[in-house]
Design a protein around this ligand. Structure first.
Ligand SMILES: [Zn+2]
Length: 339
């Protein structure tokens, strides 16, 4: 059943009709719903109070201040539109999330991902404001208990909304050992496409450090443990200017004897079975992009690394921004994920 059908079965024509009825008290918040009732008791027990009055209230989320949350998120997000979208989802779904979370189950995976992410961000914002982490925990429990993040395979989209999902899945994929594990790690840390991974493995490295136009790979090792690999590979519409990779991983990767299509297929299968079919080898490139997009590197830097930027801006980054980029990379990729 989708949301509209569900609302109809509850006697409402539209979502806003439901919200109005609910706000004016004509609709009981948690009738015959033990689970929700239990959750609301938790709100009482854990001292989750109304941000406006500071007092305990079952409907604390009604005093949600969208502008204040937006101000808070704007300081944290490089990608401003993302912050705005999250707040918009909060405006729309906070009430329903805390009172009738089961209604969200029937939404599409894409929408549920947004809702879960927005609710989590609301929990974090609440914690920063009220110094009470209990709401974050409660939100996580609601998401789990009502399986709101179930079956969220978002393979065809570049932008993934659920950060927690990415984090969990990356850690899972990186658990895989051996040579195949090195290929998997390389795929994630480089963000390269399948053919580019093979190219990076088989192409000889040039000895000259600067200003050379040959077809080999050019490498710059940075002090913070990452290396810049310049590929300058263009095949059809697919560009790859350069990539950043932990230096140790680069050495491991180059010491593997075989990185062919066969190994890629094995890597693909291993990731799938290790993540219960949720993640494929290709997804690692998307995770890479998503993580960097949200980092201080921002959308433009992430686009350059993904080979989607114009070659002129790739050149600009390569010449002027490498130190900054490798630091940003180290902070958002190396530190949280490389062990
Ligand atoms: Zn060269």
């Amino acid at each position: 059943m989708n949301l509209n059908q569900r609302l109809k079965s509850d006697g409402f024509k539209t979502f806003s009709e439901f919200v109005h009825a609910y706000i004016s008290g004509r609709y009981p918040a948690y009738e015959n719903n033990e689970q929700v009732e239990k959750l609301l008791n938790r709100i009482r027990e854990k001292g989750i109070t109304d941000p406006l009055t500071g007092e305990f209230s079952l409907t604390f989320y009604r005093n949600f201040d969208a502008e204040d949350m937006l101000k808070d998120l704007m300081n944290k997000y490089v990608y401003k539109k993302h912050a705005k979208d999250l707040v918009r989802y909060c405006e729309r779904y906070l009430e329903i999330f805390f009172t009738k979370p089961q209604l969200i189950q029937s939404e599409s995976g894409h929408k549920r991902a947004w809702i879960c992410d927005a609710m989590r961000k609301f929990g974090m914002y609440y914690d920063r404001k009220m110094h009470n982490p209990e709401l974050k925990i409660l939100i996580e429990e609601i998401i789990k208990r009502f399986e709101l993040n179930k079956k969220m395979r978002i393979h065809d989209r570049v932008w993934l909304t659920d950060e927690k999902f990415i984090e969990t899945m990356v850690h899972k994929a990186l658990e895989i050992d051996g040579d195949i594990g090195v290929i998997i790690k390389f795929a994630f840390f480089s963000g390269l496409r399948g053919e580019e991974i093979m190219y990076a493995h088989e192409t000889p490295v040039c000895d000259s450090l600067t200003g050379c136009n040959c077809d080999k790979l050019h490498i710059a090792h940075k002090k913070n443990g990452v290396s810049i690999i310049v590929l300058n590979r263009i095949v059809g519409q697919k560009h790859s200017y350069f990539t950043i990779i932990p230096t140790i991983l680069w050495n491991y990767f180059r010491s593997i004897t075989k990185v062919t299509k066969e190994e890629r297929i094995i890597a693909h299968r291993m990731i799938k079975s290790h993540t219960n079919g949720k993640v494929t080898l290709m997804d690692l490139r998307k995770f890479h992009y998503n993580i960097l997009c949200r980092s201080e590197m921002g959308e433009v830097g992430a686009e350059v690394l993904a080979g989607r930027a114009k070659s002129i801006s790739a050149k600009h980054y390569l010449i002027n921004e490498l130190d900054k980029m490798s630091q940003q990379y180290s902070k958002s990729m190396l530190e949280p994920y490389y062990k």
